[in-house]
Design a protein around this ligand. Sequence first.
Ligand code: F6R
Length: 618
Amino acid sequence: MCGIIGYAGKKNAEKIIIKGLSRLEYRGYDSAGIAVLEKGDLHIRKKQGKLSVLADELKRAPLKGVTGIGHTRWATHGIPSDINAHPHPSGSEDIAVVHNGIIENYREIKKHLQNKGYLFRSDTDSEVIAHLVSDNYKGDLYLAVKGAVKKIRGSYAFAVVHRDEPGRIVGSRMDAPLIAGVGKGENFVASDIPAILDHTKKVIYLENGDIVDLSSQDLKVFDRTGRKARRKKDTITWDISQAEKKGYKHFMLKEIFEQPDVMRDIINTRLKKEKVVFQELSIKKKDLAKIKNIAIVACGTAYHAGLTAKYMIEKHTGIPVWVDTSSEFRYRDPLVDKKTLTVVISQSGETADTLAALREARKKGSSVLAVCNVVGSSIARESDGVVYTHAGPEIAVASTKAYVAQLTSLYLLTIYLAEAKGAKKADTDALVKQLKKLPAEADRLLDGYRSKKNPIAKYAEEFHKYYLARHNKSCFLYLARNINFPNALEGALKLKEISYISAEGYPAGEMKHGPIALIDENPWVVCIAVRSATYEKMISNIQEIRARGGIVIAIVSEGDREIKGTKAKYVIEIPDVPEVFSPALVVIPLQLLAYYVAAEFGYDIDQPRNLAKSVTVE
Ligand code: F6R
């Protein structure tokens, strides 16, 4: 879960690499480093801390070469420190490597190399790559990498340079993302597109086992058998401005406000003459009609989107659905077969557990459909069919617009499946009609929160004061029922991710089975009580919380009168839409609440501690 970049061209490599790393910092940010080839020398600088620490150091002593590699780290093996930061040099310091992933057999390789006299400096698994390449080096970096990758097991995307071959970078990938960027008189490798988008829109998605060998003038890809591979060059259709803050203080806030447009774009792309069309879906509708059950598999926020989809799909298609976190699914011998459609949901398309779950499902004969944001990602490529969510790049570590994009795509998928299963046209038409109204409703909802002094920002400020006055004993509880229950989990996840405050999400009906013991004047309880079949039950829950001194923030449908009588301390209204579509709106104030609470505490909202954007390790 680190970010890597390599540049070979004619411009100053340091500048290009540091800028590129700033676009990859979402992948990890506990240390950063760079290696540049310059006049027969290999210069390595690396620093614990954010990229800015390294950038400051480079301002004092800049590097001048035109070829180099860089890394931003999220520690797996070895604490964040200067020595564990990448690039890792070989013993003679003529080779440097940057790596994302985990080398599973590194202990074995390390022992073998130590016995041969190699000296290791760091506690990382990655360092073995530098020494292995060195051990295999006989004057040709490509051949040395080819020899090294034969010996390593695990997940990797790495790039390596050698002092004696200025202008050359060799990289390889296995189960971790790596793209090659093709420029004019310059070429790149990187973990993700934003890192190179200032320079080129032409990218090659490298496949597992590929080795890329590049210089400023040349870029070759070899497959795992060593044969020269012809890989398609894709053109990126989005702009770097989409990956920038555009005047917002944080990416998270910008991404929250992008949500109506994201919904709109998805719906416009998918609806042709009011019919749902998935242009890129290679699983045929007639095959979807035959499925008997659906297994949804995902992690974190994507898992919450999957839980929400269960309610929609079961209600509108009659197909039984179960939902698992990927890490549970992959190890429990799941009962899927060729009658099951496995739907994997992933923003990044690189989450290690979800990728493994996908492979497990396919091994058992199930077709796999990916709902994925990153085009060309491993999960998209290994699935039988893919529905891209087209949310654009999501940079903030806490996922917001990707979730709403997943929900919107899953609404469309539900309608598509309902049609495949022979639902009445009038019913699917009614769903389409309602869905089309959602983006405008989301716009209207967000309009109330555009100013810095909006009500949710005020509640957050009050919570902050309350928290300090209560000597940090306050926490959050999120309660909801039915299709909004997954939003209770999502609201709690958002809050704990970026404000480090303890938060739990529960189905409100479970309150009496335990969580009610938590209620006194300390916790703030967010109750999702929008118009729904279980509305009255939510009112009872609110009364029970109030009776025990709990502070309630109620999320209700516009025009609600009854909640006022419950003495909920704060009431947040959302546009009144049919219950099935409410999750895509309800989540917006939950995201804003998490954002403003974290802002009150002054935390690093886009890069919360211990987290990384794409979890490519187990
Ligand atoms: C939460 C968050 C994570 C991800 C999870 C899955 O804000 O970002 O919980 O949702 O790591 O990631 P993807 O969707 O990339 O598979």
